[in-house]
Design a protein around this ligand. Structure first.
Ligand code: PGA
Length: 255
């Protein structure tokens, strides 16, 4: 695991984007795993800037998103499909045929989840998976206590997650109860992982994920079992770490 700590959110986002751009230049048909949430917004912005100013080419890149709410159509402004279109896809030259976001409106969730797993394999597996981390150590919708071997499946949202998200909906009834999410096992099959975190409210989860025991109580701690993991942090989210870390990845591991 290579832990990189940057001064602030902007430099953290730029560092993460630099890793992704490097992998895209090395393998133009890269299979990129994507995450939603507020943390990766900065790195998407930086990738958009690189596309517009430096010609970073997404035309042969394939993407797979981690998760999606069940019951929300892509047109719903709280769906993850909508989030990705607005914050990333509409600004780059990605081929829509190579974009995959779990289908929250599918009639057959189990068949869809099986198809999603197969589709990832058909594309040769995910090369680089971007991950955020929840304050409770979740990755995607894999909450504490989940199976560390899990595959893409439907999960019931915890009451806490539903309450946290309620502010984005006009009533509690509208807040989705279920989500489709890649499993921890699906995530671990990616060839490289890139976990990003910022702000002090993530410091405990980052500490547990990077230095704590590997446990389903903190699903993100499984990244310690992965051979090729980048963890890119701002100063605040790294505050509780005791191990050595670096301030740039260039000319380091995995090259
Ligand atoms: P955030 O969410 O980036 O909005 O903090 C991260 C997560 O819950 O995975």
């Amino acid at each position: 695991m290579l832990v990189i700590v940057k001064e602030n959110y902007e430099s953290m986002s730029a560092e993460a984007a630099k890793i992704i751009a490097n992998r895209m230049r090395r393998k133009p048909n890269l299979v990129l795993g994507l995450a939603t949430g507020s943390t990766p917004l900065g790195l998407y912005k930086e990738l958009i800037r690189m596309h517009k100013n430096e010609g970073l080419d997404f035309s042969t890149v394939t993407t797979f998103n981690l998760d999606e709410y069940v019951g929300l159509p892509p047109s719903h402004d709280q769906s993850y499909d909508y989030f990705m279109q607005q914050n990333f896809f509409k600004e780059i030259n990605i081929n829509p045929r190579y974009v995959h976001v779990p289908q929250g409106m599918t009639k057959d969730v189990n068949a869809f989840c099986e198809w999603y797993e197969k589709r990832i394999v058909e594309f040769g597996g995910i090369d680089l998976q971007i991950l955020g981390i929840g304050g409770n150590g979740h990755i995607a919708f894999n909450e504490p206590g989940c199976s560390l071997g899990s595959r893409t499946r439907i999960k019931t949202l915890t009451e806490k997650t539903r309450n946290d998200n309620a502010r984005f909906f006009s009533s509690m009834d509208e807040v989705p109860k279920y989500a489709i999410t890649m499993g921890v096992g699906t995530i671990m099959d990616a060839k490289e992982l890139l976990l990003v975190a910022n702000k002090s409210n993530k410091a405990k989860a980052v500490k547990a994920a990077v230095e704590g025991p590997v446990t389903a109580t903190c699903p993100a701690s499984i990244i310690q079992m992965h051979r090729n993991t980048f963890v890119v942090l701002d100063k605040e989210s790294s505050a509780l770490l005791e191990i050595e870390y670096v301030d740039t990845w260039e000319s380091m591991l995995f090259e």
